[in-house]
Design a protein around this ligand. Sequence first.
Ligand code: CP
Ligand code: NVA
Length: 299
Amino acid sequence: MTRHLLDVSDLSRDELEAVMELAGDEYPPHVLAGKGVALIFQKPSARTRNSSEVAVFQLGGHPVSIRDEEVGLDSRESAEDVARTLAQYHGAIGARVLDHQVLVRMAAVSGVPVINLLSDQAHPLQAIADVLTLRSHWGGSLGGRRVAWVGDANNVARSLALACALAGVEEFAIASPAGYGLDEVDVKAISALGAKVVQSLVPAQAAEGADAVFTDVWVSMGQEAEAAKRAEVFRPYQVGEQLMAVAAPGAVFLHCLPAHRGQEVTAGVIDGPASLVWPEAANRLRAMRGLLLFLFGHR
Ligand code: CP
Ligand code: NVA
């Protein structure tokens, strides 16, 4: 059966572990020799496109990045027909989409793996990179750790919570404005993987005693029409020095980037000593490499 990665929970605990092990292979075998990998983008990208292209290259394959205007998912032809077509030439199809259901429909008809490069619901490669970053900073397992998220319970937050739970984090504490938190289905899915989920409206409650504090933009791609309202609602959710001071001693700060200094995070925090954002960005390449090695048989 063709394996897909639409969210990180498509991997079992052991499979995520295997992907993370493989991610550390700095001299990987050319498991993609003679193969192409199509990378479709309905939204802009710096990290995802570049880390994916380089990962494919390092595994001996040929990446083809495609802006949606070229293939026209559901405008020029159906997303299913785009997937069926690209599967004739490529070993895998990555796609960054506005609507997660488009990925689900592509995976349903594709004979090659479909990889989520970010949707409105999930960002699994970011989550794998985030867990890799925490593991490498802490020198091993995430068992017993408390991870905090402050801000929108968005695509990045959901996938991170699932990955943290799979990787053994004890507690995922999240503070979001009313109406912007995790829904019951998400909480159940994360709890079912073994992490305790603590939701609140108060940033300091989530950050208190946390070993890592994460945030993300207040306005995700595709939500631009809500920008003014979101700027107002999220203002009390900025991660600044005072908030980091209530976290555990030695707590680290992470952000998937792109970041807006002065909005969701202060420059002092993101550019300060607690910040792991550059190793985190670097780990996007390892995450994609580990996933492709896993999918293409180097297990
Ligand atoms: N973090 C992340 O996915 O960055 P890009 O949107 O630049 O790919
Ligand atoms: N939540 C953000 C993440 C960007 C990498 C977005 O979807 O725009």
